[in-house]
Design a protein around this ligand. Structure first.
Ligand SMILES: Nc1ncnc2c1ncn2[C@@H]1O[C@H](COP(=O)(O)OP(=O)(O)OP(=O)(O)O)[C@@H](O)[C@H]1O
Ligand SMILES: [Mg+2]
Length: 323
């Protein structure tokens, strides 16, 4: 049951269900369309040309993930942390928070990691647990706007397709989620866009306590992804008594950053250039030439994206489309 269902279209995945996640893990990378010259393009019959153009559009919209220095560094840290988190179930494990501004590639990098982790665990330990349950090394939950504790628990059950997700109370939902996590031997729990959690005063403590409960009871490495988590007090040391409680979570969490590209230093400029060179090779346009991005457009692209990879990829995608 390793292959994705036939006809599964990677453009149509949601990743909030385990089956979709598996399809994501096992879909082979897209094949880069061949570069055709203008003459070749002209010679194509209309139907084939539009098929070719559609393929190119999809290709340009899904470039990557490119192994940027930020992504490589994040993966290295994540491997270290996840692989050192092999304490027995009775001890709380360390948690990780990837905290950076929007559009710097957090989700992309974390999902690429989850994909590799899933593959490695399944390859080493098999598709089923000793008790005969399916093994799901990774559980990934993307939060929606203003999620409360109950919604968070429900989203975890949703990932596993648990039938109890419709009815129960928050506490029951939590226990059912724990049950799924234990049965399926989940090792990595990813909470994406964690800043969506309701975070006002009392619920800030509630959230922190809930995360603490997950860290204590679930034998998983908790990987939190979000924007401005530090400002939400997730890592604060705590001065008032209320904040001291928050420190419980703070102490266990390793904070990882994803910086934007910069051009103030020699090394920074080199990384930026390498990214553009890597991108160039992936662009499928009739008149593309080496140096098109890296030499001719380097400054322009940096000014427009201010080093944020999300903006850069959007620009490149739209530019290719226009061309
Ligand atoms: N390593 C990469 N290679 C290629 N494209 C990338 C890479 N990292 C990010 N991108 C592109 O940048 C866009 C934004 O990335 P992503 O969604 O991962 O950012 P994010 O930090 O999670 O943003 P947000 O905080 O808004 O959730 C993605 O659509 C993706 O196409
Ligand atoms: Mg994201």
């Amino acid at each position: 049951m390793n292959a994705p269902a036939p006809g599964m279209d990677p453009g149509n995945l949601a990743l909030s269900r385990k089956e979709d996640f598996r399809a994501f893990v096992h879909t082979p990378r897209r094949l880069q369309p061949r570069v055709l010259s203008r003459a070749e393009l002209k010679a194509l019959p209309a139907a084939e040309r539009s098929a070719y153009n559609r393929e190119r559009r999809r290709w340009h919209a899904n470039l990557g993930p490119i192994r940027t220095p930020q992504l490589a560094a994040l993966h290295e840290d994540l491997w270290d942390i996840v692989d050192s988190n092999v304490q027995d179930g009775d001890k709380a494990k360390g948690a990780v928070a990837v905290d950076a501004f929007p559009g710097l590639g957090k989700t992309t990098a974390v999902l690429a990691f989850a994909r590799e982790f899933h593959r490695r665990e399944i390859a080493e330990q098999g598709e089923f647990t000793d008790r005969g349950h399916e093994r799901w090394p990774v559980c990934r939950v993307g939060l929606t706007g203003n999620t409360g504790m109950k919604d968070l628990n429900r989203a975890m059950l949703e990932f596993f397709g648990h039938p109890g997700r419709a009815t129960s109370t928050a506490a029951q939902l939590g226990l059912q989620a724990l049950d799924c996590v234990l049965s399926c031997e989940v090792r990595l729990l990813i909470l994406d866009d964690l800043h969506f959690l309701k975070w006002r005063r009392t619920s800030g403590i509630e959230v922190s306590n809930h995360l603490k409960w997950i860290a204590n009871e679930f034998p998983v490495t908790l990987l939190k992804v979000g924007v401005g988590l530090a400002d939400k007090g997730l890592f604060s040391e705590g001065e008032t008594p209320a904040e001291t409680v928050l420190a419980q979570t703070a102490r266990r969490t390793t904070r990882l950053d994803m910086p934007p590209f910069t051009i103030d230093t020699e090394a920074g400029r080199r990384h930026w250039r390498q990214l553009l060179l890597a991108l160039e090779q992936r662009i499928v346009l009739a008149d593309s030439f080496p140096g098109m991005l890296a030499d001719d457009l380097s400054d322009y692209l940096f000014a427009r994206s201010t080093g944020h990879i999300g903006s850069l990829m959007t620009l490149v995608n739209r530019g290719c489309q226009r061309a």
